[in-house]
Design a binder for this molecule. Structure first.
Ligand SMILES: NC(=O)C1=CN([C@@H]2O[C@H](COP(=O)(O)OP(=O)(O)OC[C@H]3O[C@@H](n4cnc5c(N)ncnc54)[C@H](O)[C@@H]3O)[C@@H](O)[C@H]2O)C=CC1
Ligand SMILES: O=C([O-])CC(=O)C(=O)O
Length: 316
């Protein structure tokens, strides 16, 4: 029997990431090739015409899994009945800005959208915050939507996780799908700590530690880390726009693994509500290694890393 459609909200849907993300969702990249979806797209009134253009293109693309499109500038209409909310709407940072520089612009947006989600989303709605500063916006959303379970509010650090996998794969000339179990600790900002100390590569002789194969601790402890930390800025410098394609793809990875589960023996990085694990103060939204099963994430324990403390002063 065909599955019931899942309603997926994308805020900022007329923007760069939105434009890359909505066709991925409609193609089944986020929720699987047998899961019908109804897309809810929200943007602000000045972007209404562009948003309508995106809706027209979604119709024109004739996606078999797409069972409906709500394109609106009304936050209540956008949030009503949604099962998954991907919060992309906001002001992006430009060249030369840190992510914290867009905080004041984005905080007020997250307050009002939190209330609408709390009142109108489906019970158990899962929320992924992408807009910067992502950890802070997620925390604000949690504050202003107190009845949404803290287990259901997350932020995107999967892009940083994927960037770390990509750097290792390039360095070793191996397939990215053979590299696993990097960890992004902390914030989606330049204070994050990309950690390869538990990461492995699948080789014909079995799984080998990344450090053993790279054989260059100096690179792993310095250039690798700063490359991942600064990758967003490098893309903005090159494109004059933020990393829309990879952010959209990573948002799909984040929700897919959360809903459908992480593969056996593999963890991923997600910004989640800290329960005090690894001495991270409870109540912060912090990126940890997690595994997912039955629609729930769980922090992987016992992967302490000595270097982590250097990155502890959290900046948004
Ligand atoms: N967490 C991550 O890994 C990444 C996060 N980002 C962040 O994602 C956000 C979106 O980036 P882009 O799509 O490149 O920006 P964009 O400027 O192309 O699109 C943002 C969209 O949000 C809309 N918007 C503004 N205020 C809104 C509101 N109150 N309600 C609904 N929509 C609203 C704008 O009209 C625009 O269409 C930015 O904050 C960016 O910094 C970008 C890349 C990676
Ligand atoms: O760097 C930015 O502002 C956009 C972003 O978050 C990223 O690409 O990681």
């Amino acid at each position: 029997m065909a599955k019931e459609p899942v309603r997926v909200l994308v805020t900022g849907a007329a923007g760069q990431i939105g434009y890359a993300l909505v066709p991925m969702i409609a193609r089944g990249v986020m929720l699987g090739p047998d899961q019908p979806v109804i897309l809810h797209m929200l943007d602000i009134p000045p972007a209404a015409e562009a948003l309508n253009g995106v809706k027209m293109e979604l119709v024109d693309a004739a996606f078999p899994l797409l069972k409906g499109v709500v394109a609106t500038t009304d936050v209540v209409e956008a949030c009503t009945g949604v099962n998954i909310a991907v919060m992309v709407g906001g002001f992006p940072r430009k060249e030369g800005m840190e992510r914290k520089d867009v905080m004041s612009k984005n905080v007020s947006i997250y307050k009002s959208q939190a209330s609408a989600l709390e009142k109108h989303a489906a019970a158990n709605c899962k929320v992924l915050v992408v807009a910067n500063p992502a950890n802070t916006n997620a925390l604000i959303l949690k504050e202003f939507a107190p009845s949404i379970s803290e287990k259901n509010i997350t932020c995107l650090t999967r892009l940083d996780h994927n960037r770390a996998l990509g750097q290792i794969s390039e360095r070793l000339s191996v397939q990215v799908c053979d590299v696993k179990n990097v960890i992004i600790w902390g914030n989606h900002s330049s204070s994050q700590y990309p950690d390869v100390n538990h990461a492995t590569v699948k080789t014909p002789a079995g799984e080998k530690p990344v450090r053993e194969l790279v054989k260059d601790d100096e690179w792993l402890n310095a250039e690798f880390i700063t490359t991942v930390q600064q990758r967003g800025a490098a893309i903005i410098k090159a494109r004059k726009l933020s990393s829309a394609l990879s952010a959209a793809s990573s948002a799909c990875d984040h929700i897919r693994d959360w809903v459908l589960g992480t593969p056996e023996g593999t963890w991923v990085s997600m910004g989640v509500y800290s329960d005090g694990s690894y001495n991270v103060p409870a109540g912060l939204i912090y990126s940890f290694p997690v595994t997912c099963q039955n629609g729930e994430w769980k922090i992987v324990q016992g992967k302490d890393c000595q270097l982590k403390c250097h990155y502890f002063p959290l900046t948004p």
